[in-house]
Design a protein around this ligand. Structure first.
Ligand code: BGC
Length: 763
């Protein structure tokens, strides 16, 4: 009690002395709430509104204009500025010119690496390895904070079941459990023990919420979803990332059941703040406040501001409505000052948590400490990038052990993606330098130097479709067209291939095809490249396809033609070396698909954890009036969790520690994995459950555990998962979170389609 009194006395004294001078910041020793309240009391209306403004330097906001805003306290944070000198210049302006010297924070889209680019998030998810994910985020945080940044617009944890959507590349796939685990690890690795740490970045989980469920896979489109699906499948990854302590959340651009997320009081206040107790900052996505007019829920800019603020948006990214209209709206009483204060408080809270009030330069250091060359090779973390990239690669096919290749003879490396530095680092590659990326061609040359001959031909453009090229190049030249005719390129490729013992063809998408605003209605490899594959196949040489793409593709044709297929996503700065490691067997592939690969676009949405129907289709006893396509199989080409190895693994029958689980207890689920092949390697044991009978239909399978296991050739290991009643719960018709007694199947396999099953009863 005594100590409590002395703390309050200390707080009161410090507060009083801080309040005495209206331009002096309170003492950073104050606890957060006391500090922020004291600061709020000193702020003018215009300074408060300024804190809600998040802008980037550019044609709309040239440096001089920003200087003036900073001087007047009219800007709260900056995004897209990524070097220490540039960032310091603005923080200096705050300290030298502004009245209250409230530090800016600096944010950037560090999604899969800052300077060292790691595989795109979908590739990271394919590693099924939380340590690899943690490494990538820790290094990204290190490099980002070394560049002076404080916040990243990551992780992106939108569940994605529709590969037409270009942003599936930025997410962690179709499964709730996998995405939740990875999102949680990303947040704790970016933020470290404390977001104020020298090498921590505060995260901003996005895009809250349900952005991945855009109708038809068309970006920014409507989302309409049942409460069960929302709470069971789509919301948990955001919750997991926020529970891991994320200081920020970025609000989605889509509407949810008719209400745009940016205007959604239920989402941002009832769910996020009241039920989930989030105390950080809610940031609108780019231009979202303005877009409320297009959504048809606001009739004027002022109304858009009011709706967004009422709903719970704190900071508005990239638009001017807040700063333009709030001054008069507060004066007229349309928006209350206490509502404004709430939003400002959230901004100041995160600045406090970033440690900026204690040291506005904590990620900058003194002037003399800036790197001489921002892009210096020595600032990269290549070894870690190569290691993580190797883990993200998924072997989809390997007929007659075409792979691994021998480092001998002549290898033809063909394809428009084989030597593309731009593409291999993927979209949202932050401050990653294209010219520091290792292409597949370079990686293969490095691997076989002095041992084998490498010949190369480009073979085709990514696409010859004029409109598509114009689209891909609309903001920057991201695909460079070869001036030769398609036939001339094809002929050269065939001639090159004919001289070789084996063909490695790098085909797929350009990075810009798997990006924001890059939805596709057709998810095959573009035509010109398909003609190239046909021509290469016709040479009769062994054909290895190295896929580079940011979404599941429909690959039925390629699966028939190729001898081996390696899915490499966009694998980052060290991608070429990592892929070569796998192609030549220096690393045994262990990646597993985080999304189902459909046979055709018509099967979409396709995901492994679907509900049963009343008329299930049985291919062994087909019946017309069952749930199926008459022109296509029901299942995917490659299922969720699938990925081959150069060795073979077997899974024993599933052993349960008990045939029953008490309601408050748990059971152990064990299998023995054996490496029955002749190479050492990693695989991923995957645990699924199915609630056999419940008060509502439950998915045919749901991932509830996974573990990467390394096994030497011939070695066996027992893998045990602990399963408790929490893992069996779901939202019932009344939206209660319950586990219902009865039978459950528990399945363990190395992919979702081939599993061993046992049954237990929940008491
Ligand atoms: C995207 C966000 C991104 C933001 C800032 C928006 O267009 O939807 O994911 O963080 O831009 O770059």
């Amino acid at each position: 009690m005594k100590w409590l009194c002395s703390i309050s006395l200390f707080v009161a004294l410090t507060l009083n002395s801080a309040l005495a001078d209206n331009t002096q910041l309170p003492s950073p020793d104050l606890p957060r709430d006391a500090y922020v309240n004291a600061l709020l009391q000193k702020m003018t209306l215009s300074e408060k509104i300024g804190q809600l403004r998040l802008i980037s330097v550019g044609p709309d906001n040239p440096k001089e204009a920003i200087r003036e805003m900073i001087k007047k306290g009219q800007v709260g944070a900056i995004f897209n500025t990524v070097t220490r000198p540039d960032i310091r210049a603005m923080q200096d302006q705050v300290m030298q010119l502004s009245r209250l010297k409230i530090p800016l924070f600096f944010a950037y889209d560090i999604v899969h690496g800052q300077r060292t680019v790691f595989p795109i998030s979908l590739g990271l998810a394919a590693s099924w390895n939380l340590d690899a994910v943690a490494t990538s985020a820790r290094i990204a945080a290190f490099e980002g904070s070394e560049d002076g940044l404080n916040m990243t617009w990551a992780p992106m944890v939108d569940i994605t079941r529709d590969p037409r959507w270009g942003r599936v590349s930025e997410g962690l796939g179709e499964d709730t459990f996998l995405a939740s685990e990875m999102g949680r690890v990303m947040v704790s690795s970016f933020q470290g023990d404390n977001p104020a740490g020298r090498h921590s970045l505060m995260t901003s989980v996005k895009h809250f919420a349900l952005y991945g469920a855009a109708e038809g896979g068309r970006d920014y489109n409507t989302v309409d979803m049942s409460p069960q699906r929302m709470f069971q499948d789509y919301l948990p990854p955001y919750k997991a990332a926020l529970d891991a302590g994320s200081g920020g959340v970025m609000v989605a651009l889509n509407s949810i059941n008719g209400t745009p997320a940016t205007a959604n009081t239920w989402l941002l206040k009832d769910l996020l703040r009241k039920q989930w107790h989030f105390s950080g900052i809610a940031i609108s996505d780019h231009g979202a406040v303005k877009e409320l007019i297009n959504h048809g829920v606001a009739g004027s800019p002022k109304e858009a501001v009011k709706i967004a603020l009422d709903a719970g948006i704190d900071m508005s990214m990239g638009d001017i409505y807040f700063s333009r209209y709030l001054p008069e709206m507060i004066k007229s009483g349309e928006v209350s000052e206490s509502e404004l204060d709430d939003a400002v408080r959230h901004v100041l809270n995160v600045k406090y948590d970033m440690g900026l009030f204690r040291d506005p330069y904590s990620h900058l250091g003194p002037v003399g400490s800036d790197p001489k060359d921002t892009n210096a090779e020595s600032r990269l973390h290549r070894a870690e990038a190569r290691e993580v990239a190797r883990q993200s690669l998924v072997l989809l096919k390997n007929r007659l052990q075409t792979l691994p290749l021998k480092k001998q003879g002549t290898i033809a490396v063909i394809g428009p993606l084989a030597d593309s530095q731009r593409d291999i680092i993927g979209s949202w590659s932050a401050a990653g330098r294209i010219d520091q990326a290792v292409t597949l061609l370079a990686g293969i040359r490095n691997a076989v130097a002095g041992k084998a001959t490498v010949v190369y031909a480009r073979g085709s453009n990514i696409t010859d479709h004029k409109d598509m090229v114009a689209f891909l190049n609309s903001y920057e030249v991201s695909v460079k067209q070869d001036p030769r005719t398609p036939q001339a390129m094809l002929d050269e490729a065939v001639k090159t291939a004919e001289r070789a013992d084996v063909i490695v063809a790098a085909v797929g998408e350009s990075q810009g095809m798997a990006h924001e605003a890059s939805s596709r209605s057709n998810i095959t490899i573009p035509d010109g490249q398909r003609r190239l594959i046909d021509a290469l196949k016709a040479t009769g040489k062994p054909l290895v396809l190295v896929l580079m793409n940011g979404r599941p593709l429909a690959l039925v044709h390629e699966n028939q033609q190729a001898d081996a297929i390696l899915e490499t996503w966009f694998s980052g700065t060290e991608g070429g070396n990592a892929i070569a490691d796998v192609l030549f067997g220096d690393y045994n592939p262990s990646g597993k698909l985080p999304m189902s690969f459909p046979r055709s676009v018509g099967q979409i949405p396709i995901y492994y954890n679907h509900l049963p129907t009343g008329r299930p289709y049985n291919p062994q006893a087909p019946d017309k009036y069952t749930s199926h396509y008459f022109d296509e199989a029901n299942g995917p080409l490659y299922p969720f969790g699938y990925g081959l190895s150069y060795t073979r693994f077997s899974v024993s029958d599933v052993k349960l520690s008990s045939p029953t689980m008490p309601r408050d207890g748990s059971i152990n689920v064990s299998v023995t994995l054996t490496n029955t092949g002749d190479r050492d390697g990693d695989t991923v044991a995957q645990l699924y459950i199915h609630d056999v009978k419940a008060s509502i239909s439950r998915p045919v399978q749901m991932l509830r555990g996974f573990r990467q296991v390394f096994l030497k050739a011939g070695e066996s290991k027992q893998v045990t998962f602990k399963l408790d009643a929490e893992a069996l719960k779901f939202y019932n018709q009344q939206m209660q979170w319950v586990a219902e007694p009865g039978a459950f199947d528990v399945m363990v396999g190395l992919d979702s389609a081939r599993v061993k099953t046992a049954r237990f009863q929940l008491l």
